[in-house]
Design a protein around this ligand. Sequence first.
Ligand code: KIV
Ligand code: ZN
Length: 503
Amino acid sequence: MSRTIKIFDTTLRDGEQSPGCSMNLNEKIEVAKQLEALHVDIIEAGFAIASPGDAAAIAAIADTVKGSTICSLARSNEKDIDAAWNAIRHAESARIHTFIATSPVHMQYKLKMTPDQVIESVAHHVAYAKKYCSDVEFSAEDSTRSDLDFLCRVFETAIKAGATTLNIPDTVGYMVPDEYAARVRYIREHTPGIEDVVLSCHVHNDLGMAVAISLAGVQAGIDQIECTVNGIGERAGNASMEECVMAINTRKDVFGIDCNIDTKQIYRASRMIQTITGVSVAPTKPIVGANAFAHESGIHQHGVLANKQTYEIMTPESVGIPKNAIVLGKHSGRHAFEDRLRELGYSLDKEKLDKTFEKFKVLADKKKVIKDRDLEALVGAVPVSGMERYTLDRFVINAGNSITSTAVIRVKKGDEVFERVAASDGPINAAFRAINKIVDKEIELEDYSLNSVTDGEDAQAEAIVKLKIDGGNDVVTGRGVSVDVIEASIKAYINGINKYFID
Ligand code: KIV
Ligand code: ZN
């Protein structure tokens, strides 16, 4: 029987802590549910000590998700471990993940600790975590620039103190695949007790080899891959979950292993992360990029028409990319609409379904053909109930190439109505300025992007804004969709502001 590798997803921790990828509580819960639907073995739900908001999100996920182990990260100190345990204690299956750096540069300059002090800390804090939780993971941060014999001593200490998983992170993405595999083999051969624990890899993508290194690790005896959806994460990101999983599945002949992931949920997970973070994947991104299954050249198209296997090593259906066979339009009824959403993998509650259907009807009046991507965009544009402090009521824009643009914006806040006028060089900036006057906050526009959801002249526009509000350091992402680019932009701006007030 083949070995089953564990998938440890850190989208909500390593992914979420990377610039521009922050999520609010509702978004984190939504992502965690999707990770559960993917059958991820372990969800690293956050870093509890980082903030009360992080701790609350981990606790909410621990309460909600039942199919995966819920894990919180903790540095090698008691306060961190207390906070991690408090956040995950109600999970059906919980894990504390504690770490300390083991490379000379980290020990000397960051920790200001000697190697012996690091060993003492590992012994004490793994044992401390073990008092709370039987499932304890220990990571040697920057392990790939650490002395191998010292690393084996560290791991032996962690095993004796009760660690059940040992992680060998390539924190700075420094390895090449063969070199990493050789280190894994060395550690396996020189660490007493290692045969009784799970060995994990956690690889960053600084040299673009995170997936290859993780897979080389698996061939050398790694039992758990730490990865993220779309490969988001610190700097150049982490190993991409969809790439690791599809490599394992597509090349069973090479790897000879299985994993528990329901690959049909991959596309949805990828879209969800792109929608929530506003960070899109490149069209050429393996597995989930817009071109990953597109065959453009005549020779390729001819081959695929004759036999798909000529140019396809896996099918789009296997990762849940919808076939797009059915298109909806003005005359489509609620049944067809609900059926299509179900086929796309959505199970919305009644309130969200009603709101999405209302938006669908409005869109169907403006756009002849409604494609799956339009539906996905509509679902993503319906805010979670209770999240809308401000809603756009109406707007009037006056713009041209030889005049100053002006915007009149009217928004509702409960039963109150606010209207303001502002001017600027361009219509969108004028609209944003008018909204700033209404909410009476200092708002910095960190980033703004506009994309079409589908092709065609009547395509919907999707606007993404990244905002810093009231001098805070946190960036909120707002998203708006409309066939009108200005309306999409205004909605995105208001959506970002609403998220700020909810967080
Ligand atoms: O990259 C890293 O080393 C980490 C550890 C905390 C596992 O994220
Ligand atoms: Zn990391």
